[in-house]
Design a binder for this molecule. Sequence first.
Ligand SMILES: [Zn+2]
Length: 600
Amino acid sequence: MKSLLPTLLLLSVAVSAGAGADAAAAPRGVDLVLLNGHVLTVDARDSVAQALAVRDGRVFAVGSNRSIRALIGPGTTVIDLRGRTATPGLIDAHAHISSGGLAAVTSVDLGGARSIGEVVALLAARAKTLAPGAWLLGSGWDEGKLAEHRYVEAQDLDAAAPANPVWIDHTTGHYGTANSRALALAGITAASVDPPAGTIDRDATGAPTGVMKEGARDLMVSFIPEPSSADRRAGILASVRLMNREGMTAAKDPNIYPADWDAYSSLAAEGLLTAHVCTLWNTGTTLVSAEAMIARLASLPGPRSHPAGADLVSCGVKLFMDGSGGARTAWVYDDWNRQSVSLDRGNHGYPLIEPDVYRAVVRLFNDAGIHIGTHAIGDRAIDWVVDSYAEALTAHPGLGLRHSIIHANIPTDGAIATMARLQRQFDAGYPEAQAPFSWWIGDTYAANFGPARAARLNPFRTYLERGVRWAGGSDYDVTPLPARFGLWASIARETLQGTWGRQPFGSRESVDVHAALRSYTVWAARQLFIEDEAGSLERGKSADVAVWDRNPYTVPTAELKDLQCELTLYRGRIVHRAEHSALRIRAGAVRASGSAASGT
Ligand SMILES: [Zn+2]
């Protein structure tokens, strides 16, 4: 006990003075330092430092150049930021890392197409490389970006690939289009009836157009051969590499299946997962499927019981309350709109799960101590979800389960009040919101939501005023993965094309960059259950750091979208270095053990 007191004193001096004294304890020096920059710590006081030191993969100290230089030894890698800005590694609270990555490696990317002719040309080029009869897959199209402003239909695709079955997913993933060959394989004809919670889109004669929504989409997709495990691994790796290039070091992957978990587990075991990943399992739509999932999760460590330092964690379950704002299938109180001001009469969307079954399933998972994330876009769906959480938590307060409302696009005032209460009372009821929806699919959204509902999309300012915290995300591959787009969109609320005006969602709900950055760092970290590990640059946390070419706190809003990441550290290791970066890196002469700063 005698020797402990001086050590404790030393430690407290080191923390308050930004270290210094510990250098003596480590003659080799710390493993890595960043000097001469702006270090946005996103700590409780939002403090900004000049420099940062890393030891054993963790932030060892944050402070002035002088205090951090004192920690340099012969083994220290020294990075001169030359005035650049470091932030915590950005966190995406809702990104389909596995399925989005899989689409990136197996499907034709249609996100850049601006006309149906371009969609057809891109698919026709791929069809030439395929054997007759092989499936041709595409993803990322959006009628809001196409000059024709209509769905891509089967006959368009027949022209692209007459000899292959074709399926192209809409960017929302809630609907897509099959060509005639694929429709025939699935046995879809004018006589087919809509599956439960699904829509087979039809022309004036009742014949299928090829567009299949929600449950009908699932039916169609079941005919596509399962991807190989090699493709699944390649997909995850493609996503994680893209994250690292964009200064991102953590994501919550919602809606995974056993094959995704297996691919993740193998990558994590090989040390290839260079990001914290927290997964939500698809749980089906019945009490029986929910009970089966509870049994499955019992054999996996949860978000608070995994081994220290695990990159991959099974966080909980994903439920779907409703459909999509793009397909006008989300469950709303008032009729959906078309072309902004006209009405899609009689269409209020629909729940994707029997509402009373949903409520019972929430009780089951809550009582089993399992974190729930529920997809809810429409105001009516969101009300049902937050009320179900309130009922379950009041009966059985599972403190700290952080049940979330995924997307939470247009919450009512009542829902926002309930979220605030759930957050205060139960540490639950957090929106996991996608600011980039107003941009990337904003033209489709503005057309479907209509002016009154559009103004209520992503009410971030109201959240701040009512004390509601939210976590930011991309919903990749619904929108592009880089979190810088979300930082920008949280403030700008501008659509990609301005079809219905530049800001059809208004600016009343804009927030500033400080709040936007918190939603992609500390607040998102809580929703991944890693707030003690990541989300801010503070002593003891994982050294997950992004270095940017400009300072997000001082650049004009429009430039946030163009932030370039020059360097990314994950657990203190360089996992990305931009090719033309002028950062100066001087490797330590003595090899640091464990957390070597070698690039990949
Ligand atoms: Zn999603």
